[in-house]
Design a protein around this ligand. Sequence first.
Ligand SMILES: Cc1cc2nc3c(=O)[nH]c(=O)nc-3n(C[C@H](O)[C@H](O)[C@H](O)COP(=O)(O)OP(=O)(O)OC[C@H]3O[C@@H](n4cnc5c(N)ncnc54)[C@H](O)[C@@H]3O)c2cc1C
Length: 459
Amino acid sequence: MRVITDPAVLAGYLSDASNTHGHADGLLRPGDVTEVAEIVRHCQDNGIPLTVTAARTSTTGGPVPEGGWLLSLEKLCAIESIGEKRARAQAGVLLGELQTEIEATGRMFPPDPTSRNECTLGGAIACNASGARSFAYGSIRSWVVEVEAVLPTGEVVTADRSTPIPEGWTSPAWLQPKVKSATGYVPTDNLLDLLIGSEGTLGIVTAATLRLTTLPNEVFSVLAFFPSVEAGLECVESARFDEHARPRCIEWYDCHSLDLVRERVPDIPAGAVAAVWCEQETGDAEADMEVWFERLEASGALVDDTLFADDEPGLERLRAVRHAVPAGVNDIVTGNGMPKVGTDFAVPDEHLAEMMAAYDAVEIRHVLFGHVGDNHLHLNLLPADEAELAEAWAIWRNLYALALSFGGTLSAEHGVGKLKRRYLEQMVGGDTYAAFKLLKSQADPAWILGRGTLLDPDV
Ligand SMILES: Cc1cc2nc3c(=O)[nH]c(=O)nc-3n(C[C@H](O)[C@H](O)[C@H](O)COP(=O)(O)OP(=O)(O)OC[C@H]3O[C@@H](n4cnc5c(N)ncnc54)[C@H](O)[C@@H]3O)c2cc1C
């Protein structure tokens, strides 16, 4: 197999959405799982670090190599089958493309990272990706029933939840926080769950079988505006604990997000300082909307300014508001020429308001939005120069310590990658960190796969 070394080709694979840059000696683009296994065996035998690169939408430097070779699964992009209960596809397929094909058959694969039209199925499984709908449907872990994978020694395996962890690997036993989390190796006895979320460090996912559900007939969407953060949070509390009219996603926009949206989308009221966007699957839209009007009135929303949508173009318009925020953030980052510093913490329900207050108190330029239903907000700190970048990381560290003191997690969905690996031990503790390293050494004796992702090889 040809190792591509042309610097012009390699250059396209050396960074990710976090703007982290790396270096590599070669790139391989295998055409099937047998070739993937051959490459892995060669790298293991020769101690060559091998980083899986997919669509590079990672925000944590995971697919960015720190030397060695890159492995791209871009040729493994077939949708193999779509049935009533299951679909099977290769890892390199774009998640959004796969979902569109599935939805054309009246079925649904729910995980919906905002990046779903750009990211791959394999990347999403490797990171245990979530998205807005994870509030109702959970992360991608809940929807993967089997993977085909190549282990770090080159063995090809098919793993489902009855497949034990290979002999000689020790499952790390630790207490995960009781919040949405994509941090570290999960404590499990089955190989499938261990591989999901292992960020390409314990195996390369080459194909997956997915569980499908019914595509709902009716969905409506609400974008409600609030004159205060307190009013918005009251609405969130009422929506997320409602047993009858519980939305499938509850998303938050702070006042800075709304400023970004205003530049791109009309109809954002001047008096709004926060907004909540929900989508709800319904069997009785009229009754459920009635519940919404009562909820909005009770929480003090700007009821007359609320946007409702119950058809596909309307739903898409409100989703476009959601997409306008990261797009606006990216424009600022590009304009500043500085990286952003982002949080991905989730905290238990009872600490949401305190965490929000801490985010709001931040003094350097920032934008706060995200999955408030899961107590999982993305605070984007947008430094304008090197001094502010240092300040942003100091703020990030304080907020991280606060999230941990509340029983929260380092990463709820983006993973640890390379940018946050130095903070993993602080969350899981020294013994668990050592257990992660032991497992990595047992599974991958030469530490070739995703070297430097999740775990620091030198610490
Ligand atoms: C604008 C934007 C919005 C986003 N929104 C969300 C969101 O809502 N929810 C969310 O969870 N994430 C989100 N993300 C983060 C990112 O999209 C996801 O983590 C995604 O799952 C990464 O997929 P990818 O194909 O781009 O993988 P990459 O970024 O290329 O790789 C990610 C990691 O997975 C490993 N990897 C990739 N493919 C495989 C494979 N087949 N086998 C083993 N390891 C592999 C890589 O080595 C790397 O460590 C967002 C990112 C952006 C830029």
